[in-house]
Design a protein around this ligand. Sequence first.
Ligand code: ADP
Ligand code: MG
Length: 580
Amino acid sequence: MAMDTAAPEQATEGTDQELTDGFHLVIDALKLNDINNIYGVPGIPITDLGRLAQSEGMRVISFRHEQHAGYAASIAGYLTQKPGVCLTVSAPGFLNGLTALANATTNCFPMILISGSSEREIVDLQQGDYEEMDQLAIAKPLCKAAFRVLHAQDIGVGIARAIRAACSGRPGGVYLDLPAQLFAQTMNAAEGAKSLVKVVDPAPAQIPSSESITRALDMLKSAERPLIILGKGAAYSQADDEIKALVEKSGIPYLPMSMAKGLLPDTHPQSAGAARSMALKESDVVMLIGARLNWLLSHGKGKTWGEPHTKKFVQIDIEPKEMDSNVAITAPVVGDIRSCVTGLLDGMGADWRAPPTAWTDAIRTKVQTNVERMAPRLRNNNNPMDFHGALGALREIIKERPDAILVNEGANTLDFARSIIDMYKPRKRLDVGTWGVMGIGMGFATAAAVETGKPVLAVEGDSAFGFSGMEIETICRYNLPVCVVVFNNNGIYRGTDVNPTGGADAAPTVFVKDSRYDQMMAAFGGVGIYATTPDELTRAVNEAMESGRPTLVNAVIDETAGTESGRIGNLNPASKLAKK
Ligand code: ADP
Ligand code: MG
């Protein structure tokens, strides 16, 4: 769509006929609500929206594929508590963004997917428009809410509703459908300005009932072996000081879920991270704070939890329907985490006593034993590297740079990094989340750098990296301080599979041997480094973190080192081949 880039109000300035249009109203509505970044891919009909947004001072980050723009927007939402905006073209672009929108909803990240669309008249009669699709209908089951705006004067309300739906209660993804015609609609500028809505208190506090607080405290007091589990909802809530105070005052050991690592430093004396199995199995009262009893916690059942057992659960969550979703919750505390945690802290009183030392000492001992047992493996300098040697090196780098953001995906690369790399500050670890989705890497890394300005270290399996690898051009184009380390073991899980028929095709899980991912980065003007030992890896990553230049380190990992499906091999349907 061609357009005059001069704002329409300038064209008629000085008259009482000043006009604005759909393009400007969308931009003004976002800016009015402090949304200043857009992640997207340009094209018909939203190309000029991106151009104008940039000319009006917004930061517009253009990706190579909408899925990565979508992941970027979703993690921007997680990091800032403001909905991240992803902007796409119609039908195929919309569908490419939809995976990220669904993932945002599943992970409780606030995000708005804005897609241009075809005119209703043609879509509804299915007359075959350019990129025709009934996008609203398709988006609906995959997000928290979906809206369409047909008239310029409704843009303000449409964006306000999208923001509220994304941020309030349990956060999630929202779809906003903007037909091409809307952008060119004009209206009186003063009336247009009046039609915009500045959302007041987009995520209102939800105060838990005092009965629920008392019930929870009574259960915790009666516990012999209590445990706290912190989830990414706790990290999202930004109630960092309150959560730390609650954990420390209670004296209860805690386990962080993967993205909650660093809420308290992983080296904290109450962390049961290295005694996870024991803590889950032997605890008698478990308090979940912003964590769900989904597959990542074995649904609160079975061997992991030491069944048969008489465990009781306290659960803090903003979503009342989350309670009892897998096992009975004896003490539900429904409210926002800050209010709930503050309520518990206030209710604990001066006479609160720490849990029995038999329990806390047993956990400490287990943690120390496991940490000591792991230590020598993390210091090996093998060539080619194994996961422990390589991650042992990266672990030291994050220890020295606790402000850096770690992005992590893969199978073995994910599982090992999660337990090996200690985090020291909240919201510094971003990973595959609730779905265990591959492909978040470069989108998350880009948004983390854009939103925080901090250096980013993306630790990627070679397969995982492949999903978003082309976005290193985006990282170079915006000159972002991102260092990508590709754990190159020539394939998925391992690089050793062979075609059992002896045919010419490679086995389905292996890649070109000794691929040079570092040369991809060099192709876009970034720094590419080939590392075969932990020492070389350390040097390369330190240099990248120091310089802030886009860097990719191809870390050569022993192709025999990984295991099938990492640590979730139990989810693979059994087959003789898979077990070999
Ligand atoms: P993890 O995967 O780390 O266990 P989940 O994503 O499964 O975490 O769970 C996060 C939970 O946190 C969700 O049930 C969500 O409703 C809840 N949540 C998110 N934000 C808040 C908040 N501000 N207050 C209370 N609960 C929240
Ligand atoms: Mg691999």
